[in-house]
Design a protein around this ligand. Structure first.
Ligand SMILES: Nc1nc2c(ncn2[C@@H]2O[C@H](COP(=O)(O)OP(=O)(O)OP(=O)(O)O)[C@@H](O)[C@H]2O)c(=O)[nH]1
Ligand SMILES: [Mg+2]
Length: 300
C-alpha cells in the first residue's frame, strides 16, 4: 500500500539559550546551526531539512526572543516572530531548568492567534529530576491551547524520535520541497562565517561575543583541492580588537585553529584559514552594515 508523502515547515521559537539550535543539529545529524552557552547566539532564520522516505520536515531555527537593545536585536526578534504565520506547526521551546518569566509570557501572547498546531517542548530534561517535570507541565498546560507537551533532551537525544513521529502525523500531504541530500537552505559561505563566530562566542567573555560579526572576504580552491579562506572579524572597539587578537596573536590563533577543524569537517577537505580583526564602531545599529553582513530582517 502506498503511504501518502507528508511535508511541512516547523518553526522553533523560544527565549535565548533554551536549546533551539542544538535541537535542529540533533535532528539533522550534523552541525548546521552554531550553539553556545551565551544567549543570542543565532541571528538568522536557518532551515534544517530533515528527509525520510515518506516525509520531509523543514525545521526553522530562529533567534531567541528577547528585549532588543539595538537594531540588530530588533531585527532578530522580528525574524523569529515573522516565521509564526508561515508554518505548519510551531515548537515553543522552554528550558526545564529555568523558571517561567516575562519573556515566556511575551511569546505566549504572540502565540494566541496562530492557527497551526503549537507544541510545548520542555528541553534539557537531563538537568532535572523526573519529579520536577510535572509542576512545569501543570504551570504551562492552560496557558495556550497546546496540541501536546513533550519533554526532550536535545543534547542527549531523549524523546526526539517520538517528537518527530508526532510531528509527522500532523503535517499535511505534500511533496519533497528540497532534494533529499540537502540539509539546509544556507550556502556553505554562511555556515563557514558562523563557525568562526561560534569559536569567538566560545572562547571570549563579556561583551565581545555580542559585538562581533564575521565576513568572508575570499574562498578559493587551490592545488590539491585545499580551500583557502580569508575572513574578517568585525568588532566595535579597539579594546575588543586587542582581546580578540590576544597576547602575541594567541587568541586569534586559537579561534582560527578551532574554526578550521570544523570547516574541514564541513567541506571534507583541507582548509587554510586566514583571519584578521577590524573595528567598525556601532555596526549593530548601522542599517547599511547590517545589510552588508546579511543581518537585516528582510534578508532571510
Ligand atoms: N544539559 C543540556 N544542555 C542543553 C540541551 N540543549 C541545549 N543545551 C545547551 O544549552 C546551550 C544553548 O544551546 P543553543 O542550542 O545555542 O540555544 P538556542 O536556543 O539556539 O539559543 P539562541 O540561539 O541564543 O536563541 C548550549 O550550551 C547547549 O549545549 C539539553 O537538552 N540539555
Ligand atoms: Mg540558536
Amino acid at each position: 500500500m502506498d503511504i501518502a508523502h507528508k511535508s511541512g515547515f516547523i518553526s522553533i521559537i523560544g527565549r535565548p539559550n533554551v536549546g533551539k539550535s542544538t535541537f535542529v543539529n540533533r535532528v539533522i545529524g550534523q552541525k548546521i546551526a552554531i550553539t553556545s552557552d551565551k544567549p543570542q547566539t543565532t541571528r538568522n532564520k536557518i532551515q534544517g531539512i530533515y528527509t525520510e522516505e515518506s516525509a520531509q520536515m523543514i525545521f526553522i531555527d530562529t533567534p531567541g526572543i528577547h528585549k532588543p537593545k539595538h537594531r540588530l536585536g530588533d531585527n532578530m526578534v522580528k525574524i523569529a516572530e515573522s516565521t509564526l504565520n508561515e508554518v505548519d506547526a510551531v515548537l515553543f521551546m522552554i528550558n526545564a531548568k529555568e523558571g517561567y518569566g516575562k519573556g515566556d509570557q511575551y511569546i505566549l501572547d504572540r502565540l494566541q492567534n496562530i492557527d497551526s498546531p503549537i507544541f510545548l517542548i520542555i528541553n534539557k530534561v537531563d538537568l532535572i529530576h523526573p519529579d520536577e517535570l510535572f509542576p512545569i507541565i501543570e504551570l504551562y498546560k492552560n496557558k495556550c491551547d497546546f496540541k501536546e507537551i513533550i519533554p526532550i533532551s536535545a543534547l542527549e537525544g531523549n524523546n526526539v524520535t517520538y517528537l518527530l513521529n508526532i510531528l509527522k502525523e500532523c503535517l499535511p500531504e505534500g511533496p519533497k520541497y528540497y532534494p533529499e541530500d540537502q540539509v539546509t537552505d544556507h550556502p556553505e559561505r554562511f555556515i563557514i562565517s558562523e563557525l568562526i563566530r561560534e569559536k569567538v562566542l566560545r572562547l571570549t567573555r563579556e561583551e565581545i561575543p555580542h559585538s562581533i560579526a564575521v565576513v568572508i572576504e575570499n574562498i578559493e580552491k587551490r592545488e590539491s583541492n585545499a580551500m583557502f579562506i580569508q575572513a574578517v572579524i568585525i568588532t566595535e572597539r579597539n579594546t575588543q580588537k586587542g582581546i580578540l587578537i590576544g597576547k602575541q596573536g594567541s587568541m586569534l590563533k586559537e579561534i582560527g585553529k578551532k574554526a578550521r577543524l570544523d570547516i574541514e569537517t564541513l567541506l571534507g577537505t583541507k582548509v587554510f584559514l586566514e583571519l584578521w580583526v577590524k573595528v567598525q564602531p556601532n555596526w549593530r545599529n548601522n542599517h547599511r552594515q547590517l545589510n552588508q553582513f546579511g543581518l537585516n530582517n528582510e534578508e532571510y
